[in-house]
Design a protein around this ligand. Structure first.
Ligand code: URA
Length: 237
């Protein structure tokens, strides 16, 4: 027996908080009966319906690490019919990406059908570190570099990089390659940071997510996480 909101969140349908809202607003049925009380304990074997959709039970949990190519959208479907990251993975399970990479961003993206782990890894309070390599227009002045190192306010909230390093400076072509690690999960955050400094990002790649790295995985290729890696992600909790 588990709390109803936990079962809904674990199924990957939505976050625990949204599941609670759905329960309170009478959108959840257990064995055909509307349940509005939070914390009601139910068994996985019950028929749980959320907004008219039956939750699938006993799904096998799968975990993939993809090297996302450019021009793929990080969602399950796209209203403009652009190819999705899901289409790159050969699976029968209903997977979805853990967080997002922009259409033109490449690199490490995790996909799973494990809602519990996905919700955990995406929540900013859990401080999962991600490392990005950004090619930026122009060269950061020392004062821009240090103001970024100290933290920069984006949309009213300060972002302090966990690590910041200049990997390459090309004065002739006027660009830099910057390595930046963040625990932030806000959309377009790296692009917003450098836009704020008047050095727009022209290329962006995510190199790592927590302890996971791309290693030699080619663009468009993917692999399953090992049991050890999944356990290690869970142990971040
Ligand atoms: N920050 C961005 O600006 N874009 C991404 O895709 C990821 C992080």
């Amino acid at each position: 027996m588990e709390r109803l909101q936990k079962i809904i969140a674990n199924s990957g349908y939505t976050s625990r908080r949204k599941a609670e809202e759905l329960i309170k607003s009478g959108k959840v049925k257990v064995n055909g009966q509307i349940i509005t009380e939070l914390g009601t304990k139910v068994s996985f074997n019950n028929q749980i319906e959320v907004n008219g959709t039956l939750l699938e039970k006993n799904e096998k949990k799968v975990y993939y690490l993809l090297n996302k190519p450019r021009k793929y959208i990080s969602s399950v479907s796209d209203e403009h019919n652009r190819p999705t990251v899901i289409s790159l993975i050969d699976t029968q399970e209903r997977i979805y990406p853990i967080g997002r990479l922009d259409y033109d961003t490449t690199g490490l993206l995790l996909l799973t059908n494990d809602g519990e782990l996905a919700n955990y890894l995406m929540h900013p309070k859990n401080e999962v570190e991600k490392t990005y390599i950004a090619k930026i227009e122009g060269i950061l002045t020392p004062s821009e570099f240090y103001s970024l190192k100290k933290g920069i306010v984006i949309d009213g909230r300060k972002v302090i990089p966990k690590h910041l390093k200049i990997r390459k400076t090309d004065k002739l072509k006027s660009y830099q390659i910057i390595e930046i690690s963040l625990i932030e999960g806000r959309n377009h955050i790296v692009k917003k940071i450098f836009k704020e400094l008047n050095h727009p990002v022209s290329k962006l790649k995510r190199e790592s997510f927590a302890f996971l790295t791309l290693n030699n995985l080619k663009s468009g290729d993917y692999r399953e996480l090992t049991i050890k890696e999944v356990k290690k992600l869970y142990s971040l909790k």
